[in-house]
Structures are given as C-alpha cells and as structure tokens.
Design a protein around this ligand. Structure first.
Ligand SMILES: [Fe+2]
Length: 504
C-alpha cells in the first residue's frame, strides 16, 4: 500500500488551508445587507425557499400522493444532501455552497412514503449550533468575529453529496473528510477515519463505483500545491490504496469520470491564483488557460496521458468509456467560464435569480484520442446541469444521459428533465412549467438485470405555487408522458445538490 510511505505528505495535504485566527471585522455589529436583501425577497417571492434555512430539528413528514400510482417494485430510499443553514444572528452566508449539510431521506415502501431531514452533525455544526452564531470561515464567506482554523475539517459542512459504502452512508464535501451517517436513523457518526495518516485528507463529492467489482474510486484535491490524492476503496468500505499524484494544475476540480482503464480529470480554466480568505477568492477564471484533460492509469498512477482543450469550466460529467484503441469518450455539462460559481451562487443568497449569460452549461461530448488529439461536440444547445447515467454502466460504453434543462428566459432555473441518446441523438423531455423548479434526476434500475436505461427517474422539485416540495417518479424511457407518480410534502425544503438510491 502506498499510504504508509506517504504519510507525512498526506498530513500536509490535510493541513492545507489552515490559517491563524482572523481579526474582528469592523462591520461585525452592522446590519448585514445580504441578510436584509434575502429577508425582503422572501416576503414576496416563494422561489427564495430554495435557499431557506431548514429548522434545526429537521423535518419529519408523510408525502401525500397527489397524482398517478406508485410504481410496483419501486421500494427503497432516496437520500439527498445539500446546504440547509445559511444564516445565524441576522447574518447570512454570501455563497450557496457555504451552507451546512442537510440530509434528506425519502423512504418509499408499500405502506406509503416517509420523509426525514436532518442536519449533519459536523464538528462545525455542533460548535456553531451551541454558540448560536457562525464561528469559522466558510468556503466563500467570512462571518463576523471569525475564529481560526486548524485544518479543513474545522470548516467541513458535508453538504454536497452522499455515498453508500458498506453499511454506512457518507455525507460528502470536497475539502475534507467524508462524514459517516447511519442510513437507517440518519444519525451522524463523526468524520470517516481511514487511518494510515489519511484522516482529514480531502475526499471529493463525486466518487465513482465500478459496476462489476464494486470498487469505489475517488480523489481529493490540493489545488494550492498542484496535486491530488487518489482513493481506491473496496466494495466493503475497506481502503485498498491511496496516494498522491503530482503536477495536476490547481484548477477547481469538482467531479471526474472513470473508464475501464483510466481515471479522467478535466482541469478547467478556473484556477488557484494565491491563497486568500475566504478560500474561494483564491480562484479566478483565466480565459487564457486551456482546460487540461488528464487520464491516469488505474493500475499505475504514475502513468498518464494529457490533452489540451479550449478554455472553459465544468462542475459535472455524465459518464465515460474507453474504446479498444484507448480513445476516451465522455459527456459533461461544459460552460465557457465559471460565472455561476463566481456570481450566480452569490446572487441566490440575496434571493435574486442568477444573471443569465452565455456562461450556462451545455451538454457536450469530448473525445480524447491518441497523440493528444481531442474534439468537443455539441449534444444540444439548451442549458443543462446534473447529468446522470444508469449507474450499472459507470465507466462502460452506454447510450443515455438524463439531466435537468432550462432556457435563457428562465433565470430561476430548470423546470424540465430530459433524456438524450448519445449515439442517435434521440431525446425525450418533460416540462413541469414555471413554478416547479427541478433538482437532480436520479436513475433507479427496474431490477439488477434490466437492460440499460430500463427503470425510473426520481427527482425532487420546489412547487412555488404551493410552497411545498414534491417528489416525481417517471418511466426513464418515457419522460414526455409525465410522472407516473407525484407526491407532495406539507412543507418546503431547501434545494439539495446530489443524491443516491438504496433499494430495499
Ligand atoms: Fe456536484
């Protein structure tokens, strides 16, 4: 195992971002304009509920079936994670990604549905809940009278995604540890500890599971030092290997893809410049910096292939596979710049719709061939995000991607879900219409042996007319007929980012 010999280096990685205590801000006792703007907007505009504060005690509710019939065979739990606490003491975070992780579970059984929401009991959450105020600097916000940081887990909000690993549910962030959760009770069990000097080392929010072996691959980035850690974990949750990879440009790398032979990263043009607080201010979009694609050999992490692509940025991939000649094909939600991270996600915190520009992400297919040759092709000109695939085809040649979609005249975000066949271009869509804002569409196979794409799409949504959160289930191959079943909660939940499905 590579971990032991690299223990000291990994400890350094864990300490990246550690800073001394900050001086008291002069404006600490002044009225907060971001808090005031959000309060004013929320009086008249129910769309602002997407970034509401969830109650500290969480939610417990029984979603009501409002149309259709619950599909036979669809039993299990949809877990979703996202930021759920944005303000304390009349002071509000500046950026959507700063909020404390709020885990939701939609349990679907023959007896009906049950919904639960619980804050993830990170060290940060517990300390700030006890103090009644924000204490530590967040990713993109520094609260009044901030304390110091000894390492990334001091500011870990565990707010981005979830991974089922053995009998654990891990709540994922990308700057520090995964947070262990009991999937049956949603109780937090502390930071996930791997031993081998790896405690507190970044574990990103988009791990990938090989369908046959169950092996989970992930990475953690040290953008300051142009390097990353690779994680290889067995299906049972045991660490198989971990080690550093150097000379990875310090861009903001949020997601990656795997193929049969490779781990594939796209480093966009949103690059680390110099250390600043809040940490997100350390990054800037460099329109002269090409995107770099890096394919690392799964069996020898010192072997890589690289490609240079036009400047751009992305949060999320659909999937990838590798042809017999080594050519890699992947699809992603690519944008020309990082305006959403740098502007739109700030606007939302004030209760304002993001500014629409050409910066929105579009569905693109990227081909990475021998000799450094590459090609980017359009898979459609609409705006898309949260591309999802049939997870049984992770890293393998496949046909389809599902995603949310919206148009330039929809500044408040997506009302559609869509499916696209990458090979034929055939596509299918359903539009809920203005007033129903959709979240990530997750694919659930009809059965373990069902053909690719045969199953359901589950997605949650905020209904602003009702001011309530909904769950919709679709036949994954026939979105345009509308949901086969829709349920509604008696309350509105803050938007989440990503989820996973546990059958049973
Ligand atoms: Fe993400």
């Amino acid at each position: 195992m590579a971990t032991t010999s690299r223990r000291d280096a990994l400890k350094l990685l864990a300490a990246a971002g550690g800073v001394a205590a900050l001086p008291t801000s002069a404006w600490a006792r002044q009225a907060d304009p971001v808090f005031a703007d959000y309060q004013a907007a929320s009086q008249t505009d129910p769309w602002t509920l997407v970034v509401r504060d969830a109650p500290a005690a969480g939610f417990d509710g029984r979603p009501e079936l409002v149309s259709g019939t619950a599909p036979d065979g669809l039993t299990g739990t949809l877990f979703r994670n996202g930021p759920g606490r944005f303000s304390r003491q009349d002071w509000r975070y500046r950026h959507w990604f700063d909020g404390d992780g709020f885990l939701q579970a939609w349990n679907i059984s023959p007896d009906g549905l049950r919904h639960q929401g619980r804050f993830i009991q990170t060290d940060k959450w517990q300390a700030e809940e006890a103090a009644g105020r924000f204490i530590v600097p967040a990713l993109a916000s520094v609260p009044p009278q901030p304390g110091g940081l000894s390492g990334p887990d001091d500011m870990n909000v565990a707010n981005t995604s979830v991974l089922l690993l053995g009998d654990e549910l891990l709540a994922l962030w990308e700057g520090g540890s995964a947070w262990s959760i009991n999937p049956d009770t949603l109780e937090s069990q502390g930071a996930r500890r791997w031993g081998n000097g790896l405690d507190g080392v970044p574990f990103s929010a988009h791990p990938k599971r090989e369908p046959d072996s169950g092996i989970v691959w992930n990475f953690g980035q040290d953008a300051i030092r142009d390097r990353m850690i690779i994680w290889k974990i067995g299906a049972d949750g045991a660490l198989l290997d971990a080690g550093l990879v150097d000379d990875v440009p310090g861009g903001m790398v949020h997601d990656f893809v795997i193929t049969e032979h490779s781990l594939v990263f796209l480093v966009g043009s949103y690059r680390f410049q110099q250390m600043r607080l809040p940490f997100l201010d350390s990054f800037a979009f460099d329109p002269a910096a090409p995107m770099m694609a890096i394919a690392i050999d799964k069996n020898d992490w010192s072997r890589r292939r690289t490609w240079e692509l036009p400047p751009g940025f992305l949060f999320h991939f659909g999937g990838a596979w590798e042809e017999a000649d080594g050519t890699i094909r992947l699809d992603a939600a690519l944008s020309q710049d990082a305006r959403f991270a740098m502007a739109g996600a700030y606007d939302i915190m004030r209760g304002q719709a993001e500014t629409q520009t050409d910066s929105q992400a579009r569905h693109r297919q990227v081909t990475l061939a021998a000799g450094g040759r590459s090609r980017i092709e359009s898979l459609g000109d609409g705006f898309i995000e949260f591309p999802q695939i049939d997870p049984r085809f992770t890293g393998l040649r496949r046909r389809e991607t599902w995603h949310i979609a919206w148009d330039a005249d929809q500044p408040r975000g997506a009302t559609r879900i869509e499916r696209r066949n990458l090979h034929s271009g055939e596509h299918d869509r359903f539009d809920h219409g203005e007033g129903v804002y959709v979240e990530e569409p997750l694919f659930v196979p009809a059965s373990p042996a069902a053909p690719e794409g045969e199953g359901w799409i589950l997605h949650t949504a905020l209904n602003t007319r009702m001011q309530q959160t909904e769950l919709h289930a679709f036949n994954a191959q026939n979105l345009s007929d509308g949901p086969v079943a829709s349920w509604r909660l008696p309350y509105a939940c803050p938007f989440g980012f990503h989820g996973c499905w546990r059958p049973g």
